[in-house]
Design a protein around this ligand. Structure first.
Ligand code: A2P
Length: 343
């Protein structure tokens, strides 16, 4: 069976990748509707040699749509997701709008595909930083038990949208002359101050909560517990924006329940795990890097080593393209699971 698909936010950093992945993976489509704001109506988008015309998002856009991908920010999702569901579409939402709603599944197909069975029209795609972390931790959790996770992220600007990529490029080009170094966007539109990202590292992604954590950090903490269905799992995060276009990197410290595990045991688990490429050979200076993960589907894992002072503690370095497995690819994989189940 072929389906009618819509992408809301089709002109954005993630939306354009959703279209590319649907075409590249031969997703069984009858039709595809590209939706964005009024500003983009009539705009032409070319993907895989095919031309598409963008339309304004209105409630009627969803008439006859089977699967709608949303990637236009939480407010647009809050405005239009129920319109789409009322018209019979299944929504795969890439924003944070519904991720923590109790009866809405939050899904990474390599980790918890069974959660999809419980959906009633909306499926949430986790935060980019959460997806790559849980994908890398799942094979370890399954075989060795997981009790604690402490993560520090090194996140690319494309996670903040196309405008953030433009700002990094502009600031970088102007850096020598210090022409302006103007900052208008990062760390977050809701804040009072903006800082340059070129040649910088900003320890704030999204707004601060009263706990002292940022919302991005809380997303990693809460989403990880929900996906692993384990509220007792200890999780803490520090999220940092760095001047990379695409490709989030994470330094992950984790403690397992099994007492007698070697680095080689963990490497073996990850080597055969779905969606993961192990790049862990210090002798050859082989380890994952953001620059080489850009455009790739895999979650790359390396630098696995035992904590010197904790018998059950390990460290690893995990990198993926935040726009692909971190967003668009994961959404398309969710849609593929839905189709196959119906098949
Ligand atoms: P538009 O290009 O028309 O503004 P990014 O995450 O790269 O910043 O992209 C955000 C996406 O959300 C874009 O596709 C953008 O479309 C879309 N968007 C923004 N505002 C609206 C709106 N009011 N209705 C539908 N889509 C919107």
């Amino acid at each position: 069976k072929k389906v009618n698909v819509a992408i809301v936010g089709a002109t954005g950093a993630v939306g354009t990748k959703i279209l590319e992945k649907l075409l590249e993976r031969n997703f069984p489509m009858n039709s595809i509707k590209l939706l964005a704001s009024k500003r983009s109506a009539g705009m032409e988008i070319t993907a895989n040699g095919q031309k598409f015309i963008v339309e304004e998002t209105v409630p009627e856009s969803f008439d006859g749509i089977d699967i709608a991908f949303f990637s236009a920010g939480g407010n647009i999702s809050k405005m239009f997701v129920s319109e789409a569901v009322d018209r019979g579409a299944v929504v795969i939402d890439n924003t944070s709008a519904f991720r923590m709603t109790a009866d809405i599944p939050l899904v990474v197909p390599e980790v918890n595909p069974e959660a999809l069975k419980r959906h009633s029209g909306i499926i949430a795609n986790p935060n980019c930083s959460t997806i790559q972390m849980v994908t890398a931790l799942e094979p370890i959790r399954q075989k060795l038990g997981l009790s604690r996770v402490i993560v520090s992220t090194y996140q690319a600007v494309s996670g903040a949208g196309i405008e953030a990529i433009d700002e990094l490029q502009k600031q970088s080009a102007e850096f020598e002359s210090r022409a302006t170094n103007e900052a208008n966007l990062l760390p977050t539109g809701s804040g009072e101050r903006f800082y340059p990202i070129a040649f910088n590292a900003i320890p704030q992604i999204d707004a601060f909560d009263t706990s002292g954590y940022t919302l991005e950090e809380l997303k990693m903490i809460n989403e990880t517990k929900k996906i692993f269905e384990n509220n007792k799992l200890q999780v803490s995060a520090t999220c940092v924006r760095i001047p990379v276009v695409s490709g989030h990197s994470e330094s992950i410290y984790f403690e397992i329940e099994n007492d007698d595990t070697s680095v080689a045991d963990i490497q073996a688990l990850l080597e055969n795990a779905p969606g993961i490429v192990l790049q862990d050979n210090p002798d050859k200076q082989s380890y994952p890097m953001a620059l080489f993960a850009e455009g790739e589907d895999a979650v790359f894992v390396g630098r696995i080593r035992k904590d010197p002072d904790h018998p059950n503690g390990f460290h690893m370095w995990v990198v993926t393209d935040n726009l692909l497995k971190g967003a668009a690819l994961n959404s398309v994989q969710i849609a593929e699971c839905l189709i196959n189940e119906k098949g």
